[in-house]
Design a binder for this molecule. Structure first.
Ligand SMILES: Cc1cc2nc3c(=O)[nH]c(=O)nc-3n(C[C@H](O)[C@H](O)[C@H](O)COP(=O)(O)O)c2cc1C
Length: 153
């Protein structure tokens, strides 16, 4: 079965998963930027197409391109994987998997989650800033019960 793995990665984790998959499945691999340059006929050769991207605020980054194509690929095996910083057993993962596809898409696309990580050095400026704000909010939330106890004393 001729397989194509398409991925988007900012700091390298999704790229690594895409490479592992491509190696295991003896598949071709393309960065989404390059996949977008291909015309529709290019994909006719493939019996299976997988899209992998990273999680941002509970969503799979740049999945629109793949999901727009997907209805015309119903004769193929289709899958998506989302790489996030959350551990596999985090309850948010289930929510992210639900958000990835609607009921109709779920009938013919399989969705998976893979744990990635945080590489601040490779993050873009806006991403680093967003993470800083996110971590700040988490810290404040964790502080609240302690502060409450102090006030009650
Ligand atoms: C702005 C921003 C938002 C993020 N939101 C989430 C999230 O909602 N859930 C999650 O599990 N990880 C989240 N992450 C973590 C990334 O998904 C994680 O670092 C991933 O491994 C990045 O993949 P990449 O190395 O392929 O770019 C976020 C990261 C950034 C920068």
């Amino acid at each position: 079965m001729k397989t194509l793995i398409i991925y988007t990665s900012q700091t390298g984790f999704t790229k690594k998963y895409a490479e592992w998959l491509a190696e295991k499945m003896n598949a071709d691999i393309l960065d989404l930027k390059d996949a977008k340059k291909k015309n529709a006929g290019f994909f006719n050769d493939y019996q299976a197409i997988v899209y992998g991207g990273w999680a941002m605020a509970g969503n799979l980054v740049k999945s629109k391109w793949f999901l727009d194509y997907a209805p015309s690929w119903k004769d193929k095996r289709l899958a998506m994987f989302c790489v996030g910083g959350s551990p596999n057993d985090n309850p948010d993962v289930e929510t992210a998997l639900k958000n990835m596809l609607n009921d109709e898409q779920r009938k013919y696309i399989k969705a998976f989650y893979c744990q990635g990580g945080f590489n601040y050095e490779k993050m873009s400026g806006p991403s680093r800033l967003a993470m800083k704000m996110f971590v700040g909010t988490l810290k404040k939330r964790r502080m609240q019960p302690r502060m409450k106890r102090k006030w009650q004393r």
